[in-house]
Design a protein around this ligand. Structure first.
Ligand code: FPP
Length: 232
């Protein structure tokens, strides 16, 4: 969700105004997914590197997250959304950690949309914590190092129970992954747009879906193999 700061700058407003507009675009995006029957949406709200932003901006973002949690969770629950948060929670204030856990508990049986909010998240940290878990199993004698497969790594990552993303959308014009779901994006289709996050609308998201639908996903195979349905 990139471009909040530039959106505000274009209007000679403080960056936090851009983040507030970004929060409105989050609602639009969730609404779009619910209408389209999309089963999982993962939003990169705050990266492990974003803690290094100016203190005022970090504080404003935390307040925005907290208010959004207080305001939206009941309605999301009513609509069948299961909420979860990925990333390192230790650095978040107690009140936020508590709200995150409560929202996860409240919505845990919902199945309409899996909504994952990446907050304090970094793909490298995710892989690192997975490696630590596996190393501990090896040290305890419960797993042989030679027996480790990609499935073991997958299972130790934070979104283990969800399928790999089909489509990655980045707004704001930069064409990079910036430490998002590094492992899980191996075969994800990447879609970039110069549109700034607060300016997204349903027609832009439709365009991303249409482009995605027109792509041939080969997963390392040939077109002929894919046409014959020879892939698992
Ligand atoms: C990137 O834009 C955006 C962020 C670091 C924050 C994302 C937060 C929101 C969209 C609002 C709230 C979200 C939730 C889930 C309630 P940027 O600041 O890097 O923009 P720039 O590249 O133009 O400076």
């Amino acid at each position: 969700m990139d471009g909040n700061g530039r959106w505000a700058k274009q209007r000679q407003r403080p960056r936090t105004v851009g983040h507030r507009a970004g929060a409105r675009a989050v609602n639009l995006c969730i609404e779009f997914c619910l209408n389209e029957g999309i089963e999982t949406l993962t939003l990169f709200a705050f990266s492990s590197e974003n803690w290094q932003r100016p203190k005022d901006e970090v504080g404003a973002l935390l307040t925005l997250f907290l208010r959004a949690l207080e305001r939206e969770v009941d309605e999301l629950h009513r609509r069948g959304v299961r909420l979860r948060f990925i990333g390192e929670r230790e650095r978040f204030p107690d009140v936020m950690r508590q709200r995150m856990s409560e929202a996860e508990q409240q919505t845990r049986a919902n199945t309409t949309l899996n909504l994952c909010i990446a907050a304090g998240y970094g793909g490298r940290n995710d892989i690192t914590q997975a490696m630590r878990k596996l190393a501990a199993q090896v040290a305890a004698g419960n797993l042989s190092a030679d027996a480790i497969t990609p499935s073991h790594i997958n299972e130790a990552l934070c979104l283990a129970d969800l399928p790999d993303p089909d489509l990655f959308i980045r707004t704001g014009g930069d064409q990079r992954i910036s430490n998002f779901l590094l492992w899980q994006l191996a075969y994800t289709e990447l879609w970039f747009t110069p549109v700034l996050w607060p300016d997204i609308d349903a027609s832009l998201l439709q365009q991303a879906l249409a482009d995605f639908a027109a792509r041939e996903r080969r997963f390392g195979l040939t077109s002929e193999q894919i046409a014959q349905g020879n892939h698992t």
